[in-house]
Design a protein around this ligand. Sequence first.
Ligand code: ATP
Length: 762
Amino acid sequence: MYLKSLELSGFKSFAKKAGLKFTTPITGIVGPNGSGKSNTAEAFRFVLGEQSIKSLRGKRGEDMIWNGGGDGPSGTGRANRASVKLTFDNTGKLFPTLDFDEITLERVVNRDNSNEYLLNGSQVRLKDIVELLAAAHIGSTGHQIISQGEADRILAASMSERRAMIEDALGLKIYQWKKLESLRKLEKTEENMKQVESLRREIAPHLKFLKKQVEKVEKAEELRRELILQYKEYFAREESYLKITKSDLVRKLEDPKREMETLDLELNAAKKSLVDSNISNEKSAKVISLEEKLREIRSVKDTIMRELGRIEGEISANKRVIEKEEERQKKEEFQTVYLKDVEEVIVRIEKLESIADVKSLFSEVVKTLKSFVAGHRITTDSTLIGEAKKDIEQLLSKKNGLESNSVKNANEEIQVLKECQELKEEAEKGKDANRQAERDIFRIIGRQNELRGTISSLNIQFEEVRRREEMFKHELGEAGVIAGREAVSYADFQFGSAHPENGSRSIQEELLKKIERNKIRLEDAGGSGGSEVMREFKETEERDAFLAREILDLEKAKEELRRLIVELDGRIDYEFKSGILKINAEFQKYFTLMFGGGRAELVVVKEVKRKKRDDIDDLNGLLGADDSTMSNPNDSGEADDSNGPEGLEVNISLPRKKVKGLMMLSGGERALTSIALLFAVSQVNPPPFIILDETDAALDEANSKKYGDMIENLSKHSQLILITHNRETMSRAGVLYGVTMGSDGASKLLSLAFDEAVAVAK
Ligand code: ATP
């Protein structure tokens, strides 16, 4: 026994909490019309997840909630929520996945029409409930719950509906679930594949473009590598060339520069000596002036000599006067005078006659005579000698003075002469130097001009080297930009046989030409900035490969799903057909039991071809899938296999009657046939419980008895809950519950004894 209890609270007419305990294989529920019996059967449907409110006799979920009833103080206000709890015994592992001894399912509906599902008190999704029940062979569509007036539902249903019901009853729902899941997954997979393929298609042109770009980049890279090698060689050679050429020029410049410096010094010296020789001209002038001075000195010397001669002559004259006087003095007294002299005196006196004055005349005559006598008497007295001596003295002192002057003069002459001589020599020397200096200057300037020519030509070469150095620097910068850093790290370059010292510029020029050519080609190929493109290409290629792998994976998954679907189809088909065979055996048995003969069977028939989409929709509908939890793929699907789905037809023939076909049956016959089929199905694959709401309503007493027997038979495998007014049926129940409705319109449940039940049922 799997069912333990049902608890209703605020559900439909059950305003207050009410419960049923299922302690026996058959539980009967009895009560007057409208007391709320069917509400209990609906409570089962409700808690098992029924989604069709219509089949619960309502329009909205809210209609499931106790709406209040009664007037005045006995009245009960409406409830805010309806709840139904169904408790199972799980010790027999009815729910194999749940590790609890007791499983309580609860469904709550609120006034806002929202639903809650709880499994042992924890909130779960409807999907979880549906799956759980499917695994326990309890369909949410409730093939095992036969509502009032629905006993012949299985007969009234379309062939495909019937098939679904039977499949459900046979426990194939779980496979159909799996099939549906697989179909959905397949659809999703196909959709994903399409998406991935479209993504791949989208990428393809870009990838192609990138590939071309990459080829370009690779070509550019190849060119760049070539360029790097050329640059390296060029730079290594150029640097070496420049270094050698420069040092060569420096060396070549050394001598001329040094010579130039020396010549500059020499020139300065020569110039200085020229200036110096001009100074010697001044010396010549000085010599002239000295000579002039010498002449002056000499003329002074002559004068002095002459004067000295004169003085000496005067001195000797005076000496002679003294001597003569002294002699004359010795002879004077005896001196004779010449007449002529006397005559002369006479003459001179005669000349005096013009003097009128006698006195003056006399004095003049005396004076003349005296002078005559004085003239003849040398020393008439010693005065003459004295004067002479005095003169001599004066002359001697004069002579002394002159003589010292003469010495001085002579010294001066010697001095001047010497000076003059020296100057003359120097001047002469200066003149020689001047001539030499002029010659030197002439020579130096000539040589310097020559050297200037050499230096200038070397400097021009030097300038050329410098220009090349500048160019070299510029080329280095350019190479770095065009070909990257590697191009300028040429230190490791190995010169071959053509070392720059041996080689001519032609190698360099040839290299430069090649470099120029490659530079242009590299520029044409898009430069060297390809890392971005390479990265993007790699990424896109990886993405493409990823997508390709993804497609493969999806294809594999698709294949697996297809295989699974085929497998499931096979399984369902097999189980279904073998199930039908078993059902038919039971059906025939029950039918014969009911009608005392005749024939009844289910026949599998092919329906018109349908689309897979419809197939899924059917499955969705029949499995009671919740759209909020299971999204419908919106693909219209494709034609299914040519077999098409199969439906079920019910073929019966009543004993002793020529009636064939369900349409011709009476209400009772229909009910009996339905019951026979229902019981046959339940016999083949017994559900944990079966709820039958007045399925026995149309049976007469004899058939009620047979019905009662069948029920008892059925209750060996499934727990039965029977809503009934039938006494016979009641008698088969182990426990009976009565449903009553008070003046407030609320249903109440109470356990009854058989007799009470019979009374209540009426
Ligand atoms: P019968 O024997 O005639 O089939 P029954 O015992 O099966 O009758 P139900 O159909 O189960 O009776 O009960 C119907 C009663 O439940 C009605 O009286 C109806 O008014 C009441 N009912 C249904 N829904 C609600 C609701 N939401 N609130 C209050 N009462 C409700």
